[in-house]
Unconditional design. Structure first.
Length: 284
C-alpha cells in the first residue's frame, strides 16, 4: 500500500493560541502501518493545549508499543489496541489534571486513523471528524459526540441548523471528562484514489461539507488540499483553531484490494449514548 499525506494545524484568525494538535507518521510508516491523530483541546488557558498534546503523544506511543508487543498480523486485531491507546491518553489527562489545579477540567477530542494493508481503522471521541472522499462523494465516517448531533439523530434539528447552533460546542464525550472513556471504532476497506480527511470543528463548523468536498476534489496533492481547506476556514473568519489531515490512497497491492467489499461503516461498539458527562468548552 502506498499513500501520500499532509497535515496542517493553524491558530485561525481570532484565537491567541492553538489548542489543536496533530501527530503525523513518517512517510514510510512503522511496522504496524501509519497512524494519524488529531486532537482539539479545551479547558482554559493551560489545559486545552496540554490535553490535546497528551492525546497526540500518548496514543501513537501506546498503539505502536502494543502492536510491537503483540506481533499482531491481522489488521482487524488492531481495534482493541487502538482503543486501549486512547484509554491510556484519557488516564494520563485525568492524572495530570488531578495533580495540577491550573489544569482542572481540561479535555480534548480525538480522531485517529490507522492504515495498513488496504484497511483503515478510525477511532473517535468528541466532535472532530473523519471523512472519506470516494468517487467524488464525501461521506462523514465518524459520528459527533455532541448535544446538537443527538438532536439531529432524533430529528429535532437538521444538519445545517446544527452547524451554526449556539450549543454546538457542548460535547457528550471527550478525553479527560470521566475516568472511563467510550471510544467509537470504525473499520473501512480502502480503494485506490480514496481520500481521507481528519479535521477539527474549526473546519467543519465554518466550512460546509459541500465546500469541503469541492476543495478536496479539486486539489492535485494532499498538501494542496490541506492548504486550501485551512484557507477556506480562515476566509470564513477563522473563528477557531483549524486542523486538517489529508491522506490519499495512491496504490493498493493487488492482495489488498477486495472488490465488492461492502464499505459500509460499522461502529464496533455502539454505546448507550445519553447525556452523562456533558462537557462545555471553555475558551480563553
Ligand atoms: Ca475547536
Amino acid at each position: 500500500m502506498r499513500i501520500s499525506f499532509a497535515g496542517i494545524s493553524d491558530v485561525g484568525r481570532v484565537r491567541q493560541e492553538n489548542q489543536d494538535a496533530l501527530a503525523m507518521p513518517s512517510l514510510e510508516g512503522q511496522a504496524g502501518g501509519w497512524l494519524f491523530v488529531l486532537a482539539d483541546g479545551m479547558g482554559g488557558v493551560a489545559g486545552g493545549a496540554q490535553a490535546s498534546g497528551i492525546a497526540v503523544s500518548v496514543v501513537p506511543r501506546e498503539f505502536h508499543r502494543a502492536l510491537a508487543a503483540a506481533g499482531v498480523e491481522q489488521p482487524a486485531e488492531r481495534a482493541p489496541l487502538l482503543r486501549a491507546a486512547v484509554e491510556s491518553a484519557n488516564r494520563e489527562i485525568r492524572e495530570q489534571a488531578a495533580a495540577d489545579a491550573s489544569l482542572t477540567g481540561m479535555g480534548t477530542t480525538l480522531v485517529a486513523v490507522a492504515l495498513r494493508r488496504g484497511r483503515a481503522l478510525i477511532a473517535n471521541v468528541g466532535d472532530s471528524r473523519a471523512y472519506l472522499l470516494r468517487a467524488g462523494e464525501l461521506r462523514q465516517l465518524s459520528e459527533d459526540h455532541s448535544l446538537v448531533q443527538q438532536e439531529v439523530a432524533m430529528g429535532a434539528l437538521t444538519a445545517e441548523e446544527a452547524r451554526n447552533h449556539a450549543m454546538k460546542n457542548i460535547l457528550t464525550r471527550a478525553l479527560g471528562a470521566e475516568d472511563q472513556v467510550e471510544v467509537d471504532l470504525f473499520p473501512h476497506e480502502l480503494k485506490n484514489g480514496d481520500v481521507l480527511l481528519l479535521c477539527s470543528d474549526g473546519l467543519h463548523g465554518p466550512v460546509p461539507d459541500a465546500s469541503i468536498k469541492e476543495l478536496l476534489g479539486a486539489a492535485s496533492q494532499p498538501q494542496d488540499a490541506a492548504e486550501r481547506l485551512i484557507e477556506a476556514a480562515n476566509h470564513q473568519g477563522g473563528p477557531d483553531n483549524v486542523s486538517v489531515v489529508v491522506v490519499r490512497v495512491d496504490e493498493l497491492d493487488s492482495s489488498e484490494q477486495e472488490p465488492g467489499t461492502d464499505t459500509q461503516s460499522r461502529n464496533l461498539e455502539q454505546g448507550p449514548g445519553g447525556l452523562r458527562g456533558l462537557l462545555r468548552r471553555v475558551f480563553s
